[in-house]
Structure formats: structure tokens, C-alpha cells
Ligand binder design. Structure first.
Ligand code: GRF
Length: 197
């Protein structure tokens, strides 16, 4: 098999999308592997990485003089591991232009709505419920400096059911994210030779 695409994952939370990607990458023939997981806090997601024997690194804002300095250190760590694709999987800091400029066209984000609906904040599920929409969903898109507005690579629809709470709706959205994200990473690994170093 060709060398697998080297993926670095950025996390802040539970890490269910990270786990979905790790699980997918165990399947024979899956064309990508997670080589490092970076967090901006002591996130439970790091436990998924450790259990899988994947290197972890924490970049706490308090340990750096600025967001830019933090992102430069994180970019350096990713580059030192020859990361070819960065995946924001529940990462809750906005990446600085100094970071995005080093991985142009190589950063994905997972967002829990059908973008452009409910973009620009972490509470997209609550906003969808409050707006009374009949369906919402999830989006995987490329990260640009315009928050949640980069090119859309894939979406999955999720109906809003009567009696839904934010937690119940988010759980069904996440179930779709867990299928969509590994599929988009697979497509990129198989069809984007320009990402290969
Ligand atoms: C996901 O719903 C994702 O769309 C959003 O944050 C959540 C992360 O969940 N950006 P997890 O940490 O992967 O479980």
C-alpha cells in the first residue's frame, strides 16, 4: 500500500470524532493515519489518542505570550511530524492566519449544522433547535480565515424530532459526523495527490 496520508487532529472536547477517525484508520486499506493529536486544554479527547498509542501534545494559551505564538508552536509540532492534513475535530479556538497560512487548503473542520446555517459559534445545535427548523445536520469544510465559511466538502442531513433536546439532537448529528468525517478524509487521501509531501 502507498504511504498513508499523515493526519494531525486538533481537539478541545470529548473526542468522539477523533475516535471515529482512529477507528476508521484501523480498517485494512484505509488511506490515512492519525499521527498526532493536539489540544488547547486538558481535553478528554486526549485519552482516546493515548489509548490508541497516538502521540499527544497540549498547547495551553496560558503557556504562550499570544495566540499567534501558541499557534506557531502547534504548527511547528505538526510540521515536525510531517503532517499533511489537519483536522479540527471539536477544536474551539479560532486558528490564527499565521497557522492557516502554513496549511493552506489542508485544514478541515467539522461543524454541527448545515452550513451556512448556524455558522460562527459553538452553539449551532441549540440555535437550530431554538429556530424551530425541521432539519439540521453536519458539515465538513475547509478552514479559511473566514470562520465556518470555507469550501464545503460534504454534508449530512438530520431531522429535528418532536421532543428533541439539544443533547439528543446533537447525539444524532454526531452519529452522522462520525460517518462523514472519515469518508471525507478517505476521499482526500485517495484523490488529492497535491497534499502528498
Ligand atoms: C462536534 O459536534 C463538532 O461538529 C463540533 O464539536 C463537536 C465535537 O465533538 N465542532 P467531539 O469532541 O468530536 O465528540
Amino acid at each position: 500500500m502507498k504511504d498513508r496520508l499523515r493526519v494531525g487532529v486538533l481537539v478541545s472536547g470529548q473526542g468522539s470524532n477523533l475516535q471515529a477517525l482512529i477507528s476508521a484508520s484501523r480498517a485494512p486499506g484505509y488511506p490515512a493515519q492519525v499521527v498526532i493529536v493536539c489540544a488547547n486544554r486538558a481535553a478528554p479527547a486526549l485519552d482516546h489518542a493515548r489509548s490508541a498509542g497516538i502521540e499527544t501534545a497540549a498547547f495551553l494559551r496560558a503557556n504562550f505570550p499570544s495566540r499567534d505564538a501558541r499557534d506557531q508552536a502547534m504548527a511547528a509540532a505538526l510540521k515536525a511530524r510531517s503532517v499533511e492534513l489537519v483536522v479540527c475535530a471539536g477544536y474551539d479556538s479560532i486558528l490564527t492566519p499565521g497557522f492557516t497560512g502554513q496549511f493552506l487548503g489542508r485544514i478541515l473542520n467539522v461543524h454541527p449544522s448545515l452550513l451556512p446555517a448556524f455558522k460562527g459559534s459553538m452553539d449551532a445545535v441549540d440555535r437550530a433547535l431554538a429556530a424551530g427548523v425541521s432539519e439540521t445536520g453536519c458539515t465538513v469544510h475547509l478552514v479559511t480565515d473566514d470562520v465556518d465559511a470555507g469550501p464545503i466538502l460534504g454534508q449530512r442531513r438530520v431531522p429535528v424530532l418532536s421532543g428533541d433536546t439539544p443533547a439528543r439532537l446533537h447525539a444524532r448529528i454526531k452519529a452522522e459526523e462520525h460517518r462523514l468525517l472519515p469518508e471525507i478524509v478517505r476521499q482526500i487521501a485517495e484523490h488529492e495527490p497535491s497534499l502528498r509531501r
